[in-house]
Design a protein. Structure first.
Lengths: 248, 214, 222
């Protein structure tokens, strides 16, 4: 098992191997992401029962919750990839961390927008200083910080390292921010989905949500792989194997 | 392993250094070693990587391939010992303008455990007697350079790594520094230096030309 | 450690020679706090409710202003090179620099805060909470801010960028500190909030110098 992991690590570290391997994955990933999105949305929007309090407006959770979950785990992945780069100097990890940042920020923005749209019928205003929305907003700021720093650095290597350091500092801070914001605003709805507790949702509502979460993660993987492939082509443009691809 | 009297001892050796910056190879397959009593002058056109090589030899920059040995031990493993036995001066002199010459020298020599008299002495040697309590703001560029160079008189490090030390010095300053280099080398010290200045008459002088591979 | 000690001494001396560097942010602190009554409402009853929050926001902004210069000069004049060349621990160096920064920004802010309390009609029993929250909270601001200052030290537009990087990280400190002052004002216990600030200080002391030290190395131009 350990040997297998070491081998996988070395392979992932090789841009060429990654590029050739993912060539085969793209189609299946796209199919799985698209298929599960259709199933999830049809089930969620047409078949799940309406909420007894919120009516049909609750159905936005099929976008909102997956986006919010993904935005948080994307930040974690970005920080971990940055750490891998800082410790083992693996270029691939730096490229992955770099391409994750804007994608994660986009999902964060989606979560915030859908949260606002959801808030209008539920609370009667577009924005409420709800704990979860507020920590989402802070997460968006953290993403902006990493992206702005990477933009500003002059050398590419320094931009990777600086981004990684900031992402790691942010990673340590996220739980503290979340905790403090929740403490600050104890007047909020209980989290829609708690993985550790028995979900309080009706199974017919829950299943589409789980499918949508899986679908969003698949979509995220697809986008990150595609963007990483672009980075690989750009950085390895002088290598023989890339030239061959570009010429064909 | 105590070195025999008169036998030269290798202080620092570098082998097969390879370094690239922004997809440009600065040098590859570069090897050099320096023993006590030697002075190496790195020469080459602007952008040839002189400062990069100097920082790399000083241990400031770890972003390269190849091997660096200090007394036959990998430099990174003995870095704090190495740091105490080599003196590095970049082309920036780390002199704060609002502090006096003496205060600046005190900071620059913080690791040398020098006494106050030694500091006053060193300032006198670089012709700054009477300026000890003058803020460096009021000193000329050359005088500020002398404040930084005064630490050569205080330091006991055998290996000096100097980046363009002649910059901004006047005629007297240049000849003073030449004498210093010479006496350091003849006392068993070693120097690695980048300079466009023509160094002559120093025993053990070697020139290494950079920029051949770029 | 000798260079770390020498640097702490040199930085304090520099601060004494250039009082503007640390006095200007203090002036800013005072002026920002004075804007609120004019912009919102000078009614003492209203002011006493928001005083803690306003003072804390002003302290936070003043800290950010003074952070930009923390490492900039050292990077530009070659002091950074000498730190790296000295072989001394960058952890200790960053900790020392953050300590000096607190001495010339957080400490005077803390000492000045009662004055602002009077101006903003802070409830009487909240003064101690304000003082203690600033004393424990501002070192966290200095430590976290030092990471941002190290990351942006060699960038031309570093000051504004630093603010963007660091502000979200300051949110927990702001929340607990302002709430400590508010709760003290309405006569409730606030030791929980101060304990949280203390925990954050311990965490920041242990971790941020690593990040700042790693970030400092990025400023050595190649």
């Amino acid at each position: 098992m350990w040997q297998w992991l070491v081998r996988l690590y070395h392979r992932l570290g090789s841009p060429k191997w990654f590029y050739e391997m993912t060539e085969r994955w793209i189609f299946w990933l796209a199919l799985a992401a698209g298929g599960s999105a259709i199933v999830g949305l049809v089930l969620g929007l047409l078949y799940a029962p309406a909420d007894y309090q919120q009516g049909d407006s609750f159905r936005i959770i099929y976008i909102h919750v997956p986006a919010a979950l993904l935005a948080q785990s994307a930040y974690m992945m970005m920080a971990v990839a940055g750490a891998v780069y800082l410790i083992w100097r693996m270029k691939m990890a730096a490229w992955v961390a770099k391409v994750i940042a804007p994608v994660g920020a986009a999902f964060c923005l989606i979560a915030l927008l859908t949260g606002a749209i959801w808030g209008k019928p539920t609370w009667g205003t577009w924005w409420v200083w709800d704990a979860r929305l507020t920590s989402m907003l802070m997460l968006l700021f953290l993403y902006f910080g990493v992206m702005a720093l990477q933009q500003a650095m002059e050398s590419e290597e320094a931009s990777y390292k600086a981004g990684a350091i900031l992402a790691l500092v942010g990673l340590v801070n996220i739980p503290i921010i979340k905790y403090s914001v929740e403490w600050w605003n104890t007047l909020h709805q209980p989290a829609t989905l708690k993985l550790t507790e028995k979900p309080s949702m009706h199974p017919d509502m829950l299943w589409p949500l789980l499918i949508m979460i899986v679908s969003t993660y698949l979509f995220f993987a697809l986008v990150v792989i595609l963007r990483t492939r672009n980075e690989i082509l750009w950085h390895e443009r002088k290598r023989q194997w890339v030239r061959k691809i570009l010429e064909s | 392993m105590t070195p025999q009297q008169g036998a030269q001892q290798t202080l620092l050796s570098a082998s097969e250094l390879y370094c690239e910056r922004d997809d440009r190879v600065l040098f590859e397959g570069l090897s050099l070693s320096i023993s006590d009593g030697e002075l190496i002058q790195l020469a080459g056109p602007n952008g040839a990587g002189k400062t990069t090589l100097l920082r790399l030899l000083a241990g400031l920059n770890r972003d390269f391939n190849g091997q660096l040995l200090w007394h036959n031990a990998p430099m990174t493993t003995v870095y704090s010992e190495y740091a105490h036995h080599r003196l590095y001066m970049g082309h920036l002199s780390a002199v704060k303008k609002s502090l006096t010459a003496l205060e600046n020298l005190r900071w620059l020599t913080a690791q040398d455990k020098a006494s106050e008299e030694e500091l006053w002495d060193a300032l006198e040697q670089v012709a700054l007697a009477g300026y000890e309590h003058t803020p460096c703001l009021q000193l000329s560029a050359g005088q500020q350079r002398r404040v930084a160079l005064a630490r050569l008189k205080v330091s006991k490090a055998p290996l000096w790594i100097l980046d363009e030390p002649f910059t901004a010095l006047d005629k007297d300053g240049v000849s003073w520094l030449e004498r210093e280099l010479q006496s350091h080398v003849s006392n068993g010290g070693a120097v690695i230096i980048t300079s466009h200045h023509a160094l002559e008459g120093i025993p053990g002088l070697r020139r290494i030309e950079l920029g051949g591979v770029a | 450690m000798s260079l770390v000690r020498a640097t702490v001494r040199r930085d304090l001396l520099l601060a004494a020679r250039n009082p503007g560097e640390w006095a200007n942010p203090l002036m800013f602190f005072l002026m920002v706090a004075a804007l609120f009554p004019m912009a919102v409402d000078p009614n003492p009853e209203f002011l006493s409710k928001i005083a803690g929050g306003v003072i804390w926001v002003a302290a936070l902004l003043a800290t950010l202003l003074s952070l930009d210069s923390l490492y900039r000069a050292d990077v530009e004049d070659g002091s950074l090179e000498q730190w790296l060349a000295s072989g001394e621990s960058l952890y200790a160096m960053s900790l020392g620099k953050a300590l000096v920064h607190w001495c010339i920004s957080g400490l005077p802010l803390t000492l000045m805060s009662p004055l602002l309390g009077v101006m903003l009609h802070l409830p009487e029993h909240a003064y101690f909470a304000l003082f203690i929250s600033l004393a424990v909270g501002t070192p966290v601001l200095s430590l976290l801010g030092a990471v941002g200052a190290a990351l942006t030290a060699s960038l031309r537009s570093g000051g504004l960028l630093l603010t963007l990087l660091i502000l979200p990280l300051y949110v927990p400190v702001l929340i607990f500190a302002a709430s400590a002052v508010y709760h003290a004002g309405i006569g409730m216990a606030y030791n929980g909030q101060v304990a949280m600030l203390g925990a954050m200080l311990a965490l920041a002391l242990a971790l941020t110098p690593f990040a700042a030290g790693a970030a400092l190395k990025l400023n050595l131009s190649r």
